[in-house]
Ligand binder design. Structure first.
Ligand SMILES: Nc1ncnc2c1ncn2[C@@H]1O[C@H](COP(=O)(O)OP(=O)(O)OP(=O)(O)O)[C@@H](O)[C@H]1O
Ligand SMILES: Cc1ncc(C[n+]2csc(CCOP(=O)(O)O)c2C)c(N)n1
Ligand SMILES: [Mg+2]
Ligand SMILES: [Mg+2]
Ligand SMILES: [Mg+2]
Length: 319
């Protein structure tokens, strides 16, 4: 495709974007009208939104448009899964400058479409606006299939804490990229394209998870939200985390303790949940700690002590 977004124009761009979407029988009415119509057999809908901003969440010299699309969709679809729901639909709000090559938003859409396919969802609409900074604002919807949502507030003292998915890989990849390197590839790829374990969300709900969240900001920070909402203490054991040898090598090379990435690196969208101790967890779940009584202050401890550095990303913090 030749030319810029400005040359295509608003409706030319919308045509190019929507032309790339498969027809999906589950969606009653897709893009093209004032709004979409999505079936909700459950009569409730799980809804969530997250923004990716150029410079803050991605760099065009680090990630392709396709990568950004995969990541933007993943970040939202993981939130749906973390409620115990199955992702169904997604809407894309897109801000782009007029001089952006038209291939960029088109490849972004390919990435979003493909990540939706992984999670079983469909793109049902969106909006495009001209602006100075590329902004990808996604809203995702999901289906609870008649079950209760798994919130952040149900953890009970005595529960076990378990996680599935990657931890620290995206942060290690970010450390590599921000020092001007492009390898080790596995970590750089993890930063560009997280792989949330979508099916683990609804599976955890079926197993009887008492609380759940995805790890977007960092494990300690995100478990901190569970500790606060559930009014409990969460105790983690560092020895329960395996730090891959290659991650340790990167840590050595850049002078960072890799446990920092595992415990407070975000953007891998692992799923972490609490379960009653009698629940038999499938092998994909790693038990990493337990829930205790808050004793005054809900908090997350590591090996018995409060985690003393930042537990994760804060958009207004010092990074
Ligand atoms: N501008 C806002 N208006 C209303 N609610 C908001 C706003 N920003 C965040 N929230 C709500 O606050 C809660 C926490 O938001 P947060 O973005 O930290 O969660 P998250 O989307 O799971 O994490 P992340 O954005 O790191 O992926 C969510 O329920 C979210 O809907
Ligand atoms: C260019 C660039 N610089 C820094 C980072 C790291 N980063 C940005 S946002 C975020 C937390 C999740 O965001 P949110 O809370 O908005 O979901 C992290 C770890 C990046 N990805 N790209
Ligand atoms: Mg959010
Ligand atoms: Mg989340
Ligand atoms: Mg966040």
């Amino acid at each position: 495709m030749k030319g810029t977004v400005g040359e295509l124009g608003e409706f030319g761009l919308i045509r190019e974007l929507t032309a790339r979407l498969p027809s999906t029988p589950a969606v009653e009415l897709g893009p093209g009208d004032d709004a979409a119509v999505v079936a909700a057999p459950d009569q409730r809908v799980v809804a969530t939104t997250d923004i990716l901003l150029e410079g803050r969440h991605f760099r065009r010299d680090w990630s392709t448009a396709y990568d950004v699309g995969r990541k933007a969709a993943a970040q939202n679809l993981a939130d749906v899964a973390a409620m115990g729901a199955v992702p169904t639909a997604l809407l894309l709000g897109l801000v782009v400058p007029a001089d952006l090559p038209a291939t960029w938003p088109v490849e972004l859409m390919d990435g979003i479409r493909d990540e939706c396919h992984v999670a079983g969802a469909a793109v049902v609409g969106g909006d495009v606006v001209r602006g100075d900074v590329i902004t990808v604002a996604i809203t995702a919807l999901g289906d609870l299939r008649g079950k209760d949502a798994v919130t952040r507030s149900g953890a009970k003292p005595g529960d076990v804490v378990a996680v599935t998915g990657w931890l620290g890989w995206s942060a290690a990849g970010h450390a590599v990229l921000s020092r001007g390197f492009r390898s080790p590839r596995a970590f750089v790829e993890a930063h560009r394209r997280p792989e949330p374990p979508y099916h683990a969300g609804p599976a955890a709900a079926e197993l009887g998870a008492t609380s759940m969240t995805d790890v977007s900001d960092g494990l300690v920070a995100d478990l901190g939200h569970i500790a606060e909402a559930s009014e409990v203490r969460i105790d983690l054991k560092a020895a329960d985390f395996d730090v891959p040898a290659q991650m340790s090598d990167i840590g050595q090379a850049v002078g960072v303790d890799p446990l920092q990435w595992v415990l407070s690196g975000g953007e891998d969208h692992a799923i972490v949940a609490t379960f009653p101790p009698e629940v038999k967890l499938p092998a994909r779940w790693r038990v990493i700690g337990e829930v205790g009584r808050a004793g005054g202050k809900p908090q997350v401890t590591v090996d018995g002590a409060p985690w003393d550095t930042a537990g994760g990303w804060d958009h207004f913090g010092e990074q």
